[in-house]
Write a protein that binds this ligand. Structure first.
Ligand SMILES: [Zn+2]
Length: 161
């Protein structure tokens, strides 16, 4: 074939010791990281695509539409992935930022957890660390399920970085 077809086979400048950026693919440069979107959905992205700036631009539609089309191309747009994308849009528009009954109980703990999630720390580790920190306190910390919901609601996206 005389024209150029993108491929990862021996692609130049693409780091080989890590997963490529799901959006950059053969144009991946620099480090990539696993971004957790809730519902057990993870995607590997480069610094730029994993940045809050990119993930929230145009109300998150850039990010959501791009992943939706990619996942469709890979024929892996599952219910969980669709749900995670919808949740992402909601988080960007600030719908999730509205206080809900029951969320008042641990506002500072939630803030603390969200700051860790926003920094890209692994969900399991953050929840385990915060729960053990509050294990001996007077109040019973929220359930792991609740804390996982905090992560999937991604409220920090609607807030300024
Ligand atoms: Zn990228």
């Amino acid at each position: 074939m005389s024209f150029y077809l993108p491929t990862l086979y021996k692609a130049r400048k693409v780091p080989t010791k890590q997963v490529v950026c799901a959006i950059c693919v053969e144009r991946t440069r620099g480090r990539t990281e696993a971004v957790e979107l809730g519902y057990g959905v993870r995607v590997h992205l480069c610094r730029g695509h994993a940045s809050q700036e990119f993930m929230t631009q145009r109300g998150g539609r850039d990010f959501v539409l791009t992943l939706q089309r990619l996942w469709r191309a890979h024929d892996c747009l599952t219910v969980a992935r669709s749900r995670a994308l919808r949740r992402h849009l909601a988080a960007c528009t600030g719908v999730e930022a509205r206080p809900r009954p029951g969320s008042y109980t641990w506002p500072s703990l939630r803030r603390e957890a969200e700051a860790e999630f926003a920094a890209g720390r692994p969900v399991k580790a953050v929840i385990a660390a915060l729960r053990s920190l509050h294990a001996d306190g007077a109040a019973v910390p929220p359930s792991i399920r609740t804390m996982r919901r905090w992560h999937s609601e991604r409220r920090w996206l609607a807030r300024a970085p």
